[in-house]
Design a protein around this ligand. Structure first.
Ligand code: GLN
Length: 454
């Protein structure tokens, strides 16, 4: 009840939730109380969570914050959310996000932007919470849920976590089932939690992760007790500092944050080593070929026949065109057009195939570094603190917006786990995040190391 009251009071200003499931939350909480009274109870018994609108929730608003899914209420539950309910968690509602998870500011949502609960000390300007999991990050940051689900295709868990002073982990590709999560770029998409601290993130990820027959890319490996990794010593651990992440134009405060992170880990007993990831500079351009290519294919299913919106036309082709024209926003249309172009005959080899080759090289860069004994890699999570809503530069030039992902996309391209953890405040009192990148399925090292920083 106190979470629901907090949402009702704060959500009109923050727009973090697009649907609040008051009745369902109370029913689930009562069922949880009953289980506890019986002496039963799971790992998340009674814990109130928010769910990103990308996850299918049975009988509840699920629109990926797009108009094209108008009125869609699935008859099934995503595996990740089902895992959380099975452990006793309580659903508070569905969280705002960039349309189909395409964006870095949560301004492409059909439901309007999310407002970051943080403000700079020097101005009262409204700031973005980052994206695409902006609703998840803002809701956790503003105490409107105790944790949230999120997804990360190129940074959408880690960048909003960094912008809101929260912790977000994108686990290894295959750690969580993608079943019931609206697909953006299937070879990059992964679910993970946004939480108030590293321990909460560890507890939530343990519940979310599972192998699933309904997602053949989910991996059959035991899920470790991530929480047990917290508090372990860093002695003997090797942390890599990639020189290619020192990009021109990185603000001094980001450099300073990185330097502080290095000092903290060294003081905690880790050995700091310089490393090279030579193909880093190709990651962003390759990502913005691969992700739109997969998106253009995945979004073909929104045709006015199967789900959501239908705008009648004079024949079926006219109906498709009118439905998609009215249903998708500008950024989604841009991705579909780029993706269709790079996959088309004559351009496939020059763009898509080339990007796939680059992806292999990026993956190999990381493999080489880990083979040389590096346990985790420390970088900034984002090239800046949260920026203003309707930032003119950012919105006039989509490429400027895409640069937000410069430190995060390599991790998705290589399928690795990455965590964003608060590293302190900038001169304006705004949160900044550090990122740790780990070996495949070694989320434990990330929790262990991030806990030293938080
Ligand atoms: N900002 C990136 C994009 O727009 C990443 C989004 C994501 O991780 N879902 O594609």
């Amino acid at each position: 009840d106190s979470y629901l009251a907090a949402i009702d009071a704060a959500n009109p200003a923050l727009n973090a939730y697009v649907a609040v499931t008051h009745d369902k939350a109370r029913d689930m909480a009562r069922a949880s109380d009953a289980r506890l009274a019986e002496g039963q109870g799971g790992a998340l018994e009674g814990i109130p969570l928010g769910i990103k609108d990308l996850f299918a929730t049975e009988g509840v608003h699920t629109q990926a914050c797009s108009h094209v899914l108008d009125g869609f209420k699935p008859r099934y539950e995503s595996t990740v959310s089902a895992n959380l309910w099975a452990d006793g968690a309580v659903m508070l509602g569905k969280l705002n996000m960039d349309e189909f998870a395409m964006g870095s500011s949560n301004e492409t949502s059909y439901y309007g932007p999310v407002i970051n609960p943080w403000r700079a000390e020097s101005s009262n300007r409204q700031l973005v919470p980052g994206g695409s999991s902006g609703g998840s990050a803002a809701a956790v940051s503003a105490f409107l849920c105790s944790g949230a689900t999120a997804t990360d295709t190129g940074g959408s868990i880690r960048q909003p976590a960094a912008f809101t002073g929260t912790v977000g982990i994108k686990p290894t590709y295959g750690r969580c089932s993608r079943w019931g999560i609206a697909a953006f770029a299937s070879s990059l998409d992964q679910a993970g939690p946004i939480a108030r601290d590293v321990r909460d993130a560890a507890i939530l990820l343990k519940s979310m992760a599972s192998v699933d027959k309904k997602d053949t890319t989910s991996v059959d490996r035991p899920v470790p007790d991530y929480e047990a990794a917290i508090g372990r010593s860093l002695k003997g651990m090797k942390i890599g500092i990639p020189r290619e992440y020192r990009v021109d134009g990185t603000p001094q405060e980001i450099e300073d944050l990185w330097r502080k992170g290095i000092d903290w880990l060294r003081e905690a007993g880790a050995e700091i080593v310089d490393i090279s990831l030579p193909h880093t500079k190709y990651a962003l351009p390759a990502y913005y070929i691969v992700a739109p290519a997969e998106a253009s294919s995945n979004l073909a299913r929104y045709d006015g026949v199967r789900y959501g919106l239908r705008v009648p036309g004079k024949d079926i082709v006219d109906m498709y065109e009118k439905t998609r024209a009215a249903g998708f926003g500008r950024e989604v249309k841009r991705r579909v057009m780029i993706g269709t172009y790079v996959l088309s005959a004559g351009y496939y080899d020059a763009y898509y195939l080339q990007a796939q080759k680059v992806r292999t090289l990026i993956k190999k860069d990381f493999e080489d570094v880990f083979a040389a004994g590096v346990d985790a890699i420390l970088t900034p999570a984002t090239p800046s603190a949260a920026f203003g809503i309707a930032d003119e530069e950012m919105n006039a030039d989509p490429v400027k917006m895409y640069l937000n992902d410069i430190f995060t996309v390599t991790v998705n391209m290589a399928g690795l786990p990455g965590i964003a953890v608060p590293g302190g405040l900038d001169a304006n009192g705004l949160p900044l995040g550090l990122q740790l990148i780990g070996r495949p399925f070694d989320e434990e090292t990330l929790f262990q190391t991030a806990h030293v920083i938080e």
